[in-house]
Design a protein around this ligand. Sequence first.
Ligand SMILES: [Zn+2]
Length: 405
Amino acid sequence: MSARLFAAVVAALAFLPALPAQADTPELPDRIAAAWRTDHVSVDERLRATMPASELARIRTAIRTAGLPVYVALVPQSPYLRASGYDLPTLLHARIGEPGVYIVAVVYDNYWSDQAELFRPAGLRGRDLSSVRADDKQDSEVVDERPAPQIVRTIQQASTAYDGRPLPQVPAADLEPQRSEGGLSVTDKEDRSAYVGLGVGAVLGFALVLFLGLRRRRPAKRVRREHGGDSPPTEAWDVELKADDKIKQAERALARLDKRNNKSTKQLDQRDDAYRRLDAARTLRADQPEDLLAAAGALVLARQAERVASGAELQPPCFFNPTHNPGTSTVDWEDEVEVPACQSCVSVIRRGRTPIGLRVWSKSGLLGHDRKQVPYWTLDPEDNPMVATGFGGLSDDLPERIAVR
Ligand SMILES: [Zn+2]
């Protein structure tokens, strides 16, 4: 290779990361659909050189045992994809025309997230994929730095939605390390038993948390050692998807409640409270559709709306990361402030560490060009009602604060 050609290749490689941003066009669905005619796993040409064969092998194995047709596309994030929202699986189904689960796995900055839609044979009805996914407590714990874990999980969820088979456990290697280490991984069972066990105590505990939280609203200092090293950033669109799923579930729960005749006063109160939370969730999604904090706030409020509408007790979010399971326990945080936390974060705190928490990009430096990831609770509470209230974990007035904004 001549020195000049070599330099040209190096230059081309250097610009490669910028390429995906410009290369996608509305023809993307056509390209994927064409590829699927020969192989149900389509890997975008921009990813082929770096895609480990083992990842694709795992995906193909999962497809073979799925019990329904599966179509998988792996693509890099692009402005076109962002603009198309979550419609791509639907656009692809329109081109293929076959029933099955259509999965589009998108990579951005080495983090994967997927969009999926389940299409049944005409006329058949059944459980929503989004409802299986929303009920899957392990869904948010699946690692995202490789494509296969999430895609395999989505295929399993689709099989459950399709033929009712039980959802298997996620293999430990596919779970985020801070969740699986220490033996206190957050499972359905633990969470539920903690909830049932606390009962009235949980409500009183929450009231205590509110009191303490109001006294000292901003546990901003980080005196404890950070847990772990660099953590993967939480991708906004992943939380957005979950929030939108939860909003739909809350709407269904409220519709069920609305249909009941002779509602008791308690049920009418629950209905009002659930609508208040749901409205605030919708407002957050509508006003700031691409903001991580707004999406996480919407997820928390929609989850609470669904519970309240279903007659279940209100649960505060996990203070450290509102996308975790609800904060069914309380832990000492700083200066004797107690905050609600999920089992996983409780176990981290008990080891004397600070949970990684929900991280957001913070601009710093002279021109605001130095971007780094910081825990959301270190941001200025004046700027954001989610920060000020710990997503409602410190004070349960997030819906009001959103309404008056
Ligand atoms: Zn947590």
